[in-house]
Ligand binder design. Structure first.
Ligand code: ATP
Length: 529
């Protein structure tokens, strides 16, 4: 409002300045009435308004009393600030160790008197951290559901405001309401938006909001059965003050589910869906390695949608297969217009990935396809057979070689370098960078640091990265050259059928000899990987 008034005034005074200048040059009737003082006054006010208007935009403004600092209340639903979730731990699959840890908190909320008598304080701050979609929000609402508490859910970004004091006031209001409704659970998602480390050049508004959060966390006493749960994908960004004992001192890592947890999650998300007898949930869990709970729930939903689209009454294994492909590789491009020559290049590129994958027995190649999906003209779906937590240098090199298989095949067959390997090269560079800078797997030794911290060694790091990639590439190229007939067979089959699944691929390359040993014996240079 203030800005609008200043803007209108500025426009008026600019017009007056123009009119008075015009009258001075033309010498019209107005010129005789205006003195030099009048002109200077008009000009001065215009400059002042102009500077003031610019400043208004830059400086944060202190909140005016009338600025609404709360979420608007819905007259029909005065409880809009909180909900009473019906979700319980039964709806949260896997995560057994986290649930076990939370049972104590639940007991505290349910039987708070027992603890109060002993003078014990409720563990007030719990921090969930880990990759997105792993069930952090779900767990927090299950804590509220299990204890029949009021669930106050907010996102850190809701407290980030331009006006100094507004974010802090929102925090105050949130805690006041939660205390009033106790027992209650306050869940702050993306807490890094307000709880990030403070610096000298920090933003005044953000600091005030964080300070208010710290004050509120300190302000609880034993009478308040209020639990605060924060969630973040980046624990390393949070301010130390937030993590110290008495605040968010219980940190729980919520990671991507392992095969058993994936199976349980898939069961939770399919138990209300009509499944055909050929659907094997344990098998699906194996095929969805590395996926989060959110991905899995999405796959179950996509499979149901595909079944409806195909007018089926049951969801079949094929529907799930399509759903997995949809989630991993993106939407299938309808009526793609790809030239025959480019199709051949894609077929050899994908065949190169698949053949190297088979030769090195890295991950299980589930499917190879040259049907465009999303931005990719073709793709290979491969999944590790087991959940792996430790990889050796050799295994990492094998992964790199599978990724380089596409480019090497193109070079071998067409003798060209194309843009098709862009994504592969990015992934290869990322893995190799980690090998050099984090895993101590290069001739640079056991250095383990962020590349940006190793400023003086940029050139050496680049050399090491290139060395590893080049070694892997030349081995890949040689493997493909040695097994060129298989490469041709797979790409021809791809051009004919467009997609090859696990069994079809095995049929084509079933007699594939183990190439690792002969190569190592015959060519010492290739044995480095
Ligand atoms: P973000 O960090 O992006 O906020 P999040 O970790 O909070 O994500 P949720 O919002 O809790 O993830 O999970 C998204 C969805 O994924 C849930 O609504 C649920 O359908 C499904 N999901 C995730 N984990 C599980 C699980 N362990 N059991 C059952 N469903 C799950």
């Amino acid at each position: 409002m203030k800005k609008t008034i200043v803007f209108i005034l500025l426009c008026v005074f600019i017009s007056l300045t123009v009119i008075s200048s015009y009258s001075l040059f033309t010498g019209n009737a107005l010129n005789n009435k205006l003195t030099t003082g009048d002109r200077f006054l008009v000009f001065g006010i215009t400059i002042f308004l102009f500077v003031y208007y610019l400043k208004l935009d830059k400086n944060p403004q202190y909140a005016h009393a009338t600025i609404n600092t709360e979420k608007k209340e819905n007259p029909q639903n005065p409880n809009e600030f909180f909900t009473k979730p019906k979700i319980t731990f039964e709806d949260v699959a896997g995560l057994d160790e986290v649930k076990e840890e939370l049972i104590e908190v639940i007991d505290f909320i349910k039987k708070s008197e027992k603890y109060k008598k002993m003078g014990a304080k409720i563990p007030k701050g719990i921090l969930f951290y880990g990759p997105p979609g792993t069930g952090k929000t779900l767990l927090a609402s299950a804590v509220a559901g299990e204890t029949k508490s009021a669930f106050f859910s907010a996102s850190g970004s809701e407290f980030v405001e331009k006006y100094v004091g507004v974010g802090a006031k929102r925090i105050r209001t949130l805690f006041e309401k939660a205390k009033k409704e106790a027992p209650s659970v306050i869940f702050i998602d993306e807490i890094d938006a307000i709880g990030a480390k403070r610096h000298l050049d920090s933003n005044n508004e953000k600091d005030q909001t964080l300070n208010q959060l710290l004050v509120e966390l300190d302000g609880f006493n034993t009478d308040n059965t209020v639990v605060v749960i924060g969630a973040t994908n980046r624990l390393d960004l949070l301010d130390e003050a937030l993590l110290r004992p008495g605040r968010f001192d219980r940190h729980m890592f919520i990671g991507n589910p392992n095969v058993k947890a994936r199976e349980e999650i898939l069961r939770v998300h399919t138990n209300n869906k009509p499944l055909a007898s050929d659907v094997n949930i344990a098998d699906l869990a194996k095929k969805t390695h590395g996926m989060s709970g959110a991905h899995l729930s999405n796959i179950a939903n996509e499979a149901a949608i595909i079944a409806v689209r195909e007018n089926e009454t049951l969801i079949t294994a094929l529907h799930f297969e399509k759903a997995i492909e949809r989630v991993i590789a993106g939407l299938q491009v309808k009526n793609p217009t790809i030239m025959q020559r480019e199709k051949e290049i894609v077929a050899y590129h994908e065949a190169g990935h698949a053949l190297i994958g088979k030769l090195l027995s890295t991950d299980m190649v589930q499917k190879v396809s040259i049907i465009p999906r999303g931005q990719a003209l073709g793709y290979v779906l491969h999944m590790p057979q087991d959940d792996r937590y430790i990889l050796t240098r050799e295994e990492l090199c094998n992964k790199i070689m599978v990724m380089l298989g596409g480019r090497a095949a193109e070079e071998l067959v067409f003798n060209h370098l194309s843009t098709g390997a862009k994504d592969d090269l990015k992934k290869v560079t990322d893995i190799t960078m980690q090998m050099v800078c984090e895993y101590g797997m290069s001739d640079l030794g056991f250095l383990c640091n962020e590349p940006s911290m190793l400023k003086g060694l940029t050139q050496e790091i680049t050399q090491e990265i290139n060395k590893i990639i080049e070694q892997c590439y030349s081995s890949t190229y040689e493997y493909l050259k040695l097994h060129r007939s298989y490469l041709d067979t797979i790409s021809e089959a791809l051009l004919e059928r467009e997609t090859l699944n696990f069994d079809e691929l095995n049929e084509l390359v079933g007699q594939l000899p183990s190439i690792k040993k002969p190569l190592k014996e015959t060519n010492k240079e290739l044995a480095v990987v």
